[in-house]
Design a protein around this ligand. Structure first.
Ligand code: CMC
Length: 441
């Protein structure tokens, strides 16, 4: 049996032929089939066989790894974690159970679930010295900037889990990251608004504890609203992993050099911050606020279609989904429930729904298969929970940490893993000789 067959992918004896027009030489490349989705052409031998590289900016046709964690069928709008549809997980599971599934590959038994919840709960506090690290930041810093710094600095506090070749250390680091992200995210919020940090409470669930750390103050108890806690948990589940997106690929690339897990996750957070990626949830709410009324939607749609205007409809479009993002479907429903349950004004939700309706009938969006993505409705829910927009992407990062760390672990255990090192098409100057400054024209 070959290494490929042992690991779930099958070289199916099919080959792909390439003919070089310049030399007439033909090269046969193996085709590998996974358990779902299109098979891939294995180009690993391409350079040695032909002296040529592939060119694929944005990696639209390139598979960078083999993975068993998440499957997406973008045309059908399907998202599976370890085989389970996201809608079923969002409906029936909780975030820590999904975290267990992503990390270990199977849903836990009752005992495993209890032990996992307990392990994560035992790691929620951060080293006390981290309090002082926060104080080095300006109060008006964007919390994502603070997150990158503080998470990167965890390697300085938890040296005992930086040997990436030791599976036990890797797992403790994974648990620590999942457990401490809500604490660090809440500290970033408290620091920005000038309130004291709130310590975690181990008698609460993961999402309840996060809300407690965000909203409790020493002078008043914070009463957990179960609807809000459930909505937060669902948002975390829906953001937990999403295959080889920009931030996950960054984590894998950083990890491929042997960097420690805290540094890798900090790199993922940095990538997630961009408005084309996780930063979109903050941008959606700012956009909906700016639109302000249903009457102004056509103006906004016209701007999004204007090629001379850099404006894009935030929360619309996806590299992989050419259909409704299944996560947006769940969030649309959740949004309705949360606003109803909390008795909140639906104005922003109504603008969002009308914007979606108009865009989905517009030829520009139809032709390009641009549908609402996960970020379109998540911001409205987070706003309804009383969370300020600058924390939206932080919450995305908190949720995605488990996906990043599961993918990072999988990469380290992959016998095919090598340091990530793409090639390039060089179009710069050919070799030339140095000219002393006085002799340059
Ligand atoms: N508004 C207007 N036009 C758009 C939009 C949009 N939101 N998204 C794509 N297009 C157009 C784009 O101008 C291009 O048109 P043309 O073919 O005429 O040049 C066409 O659709 C294809 O777009 P692309 O930029 O080549 O597609 P991509 O796969 O490189 O980009 C994307 C995907 C998500 C970056 C992009 O759709 C976008 O910028 N969306 C808005 C930001 C957003 O909501 N991001 C969250 C993504 S989901 C959560 C996450 O993964 O973090």
């Amino acid at each position: 049996m070959t290494a490929d067959a042992q690991r779930g992918s099958t070289p199916n004896n099919a080959t792909f032929s390439l003919t070089d027009d310049a030399t007439g030489n033909s090269t046969e490349l193996p085709v590998i089939t996974g358990s779902l989705g299109p098979s891939v052409i294995d180009v690993r031998s391409l350079y040695s066989a032909t002296g040529r590289f592939t060119y694929d900016p944005g990696f639209t046709s390139t598979g960078s790894c083999e993975s068993k964690i998440t499957y997406i069928d973008g045309d059908e709008g399907i998202l599976l974690h370890r085989g389970y549809p996201i809608s079923e997980l969002a409906e029936n599971s909780d975030f820590l159970e999904v975290s267990y599934l992503l990390l270990y590959g199977e849903l836990p038994s009752e005992k495993q679930k209890r032990e996992f919840d307990d392990t994560i709960t035992q790691h929620t506090m951060v080293h006390e010295q981290i309090n002082y690290l926060f104080r080095g930041f300006r109060r008006d810093s964007h919390p994502m900037a603070v997150m990158i710094g503080v998470v990167g600095a965890l390697a300085a506090f938890y040296h005992d889990t930086t040997d990436i070749q030791d599976p036990r250390q890797r797992m403790i680091a994974s648990h620590r990251l999942i457990a401490k992200m809500p604490t660090i995210a809440a500290m970033a919020h408290k620091y920005a608004i000038g309130q004291p940090f709130v310590y975690p409470r181990n008698d609460l669930s993961y999402s309840e504890n996060f809300l407690h750390m965000l909203f409790a103050v020493p002078c008043q108890d914070y009463e957990i609203n179960p609807i809000q806690a459930k909505a937060m948990d669902r948002i975390l589940i829906l953001h937990a992993d999403h295959e080889q997106n920009a931030s996950t690929s960054t984590v894998r690339l950083a990890g491929s050099s042997g960097a420690n897990p805290y540094a890798c996750i900090a790199a993922g957070i940095a990538t997630l911050w961009g408005p084309a990626h996780g930063g979109a949830n903050e941008a959606v709410v700012l956009m909906l606020d700016e639109i302000g009324s249903v009457e102004r939607i056509p103006e906004c749609v016209a701007r999004a279609k204007d090629k001379d205007d850099p404006f894009r409809l935030m929360g619309f479009g996806h590299r992989v989904y050419k259909n409704y993002d299944p996560r947006a479907k769940v969030l649309h429903k959740t949004c309705h429930e949360v606003l109803d349950d909390l008795g909140l004004d639906h104005e922003m939700f109504n603008i969002a729904r009308e914007l979606e309706r108009i865009a989905l009938e517009d030829e520009y969006f139809v032709e390009r298969k641009l549908y609402p993505n996960v970020d379109f409705y998540s911001g409205i829910i987070l706003k309804a929970l009383g969370i300020p927009p600058h924390l939206f992407t932080v919450i995305f990062a908190l949720a995605r940490t488990v996906g990043w760390i599961a993918q990072w672990n999988e990469m380290i255990e992959d016998p095919h893993q090598k340091i990530g090192r793409p090639r390039q098409l060089y179009t710069g100057e050919k070799q030339r000789s140095y000219v002393p400054v006085g002799q340059r024209g």
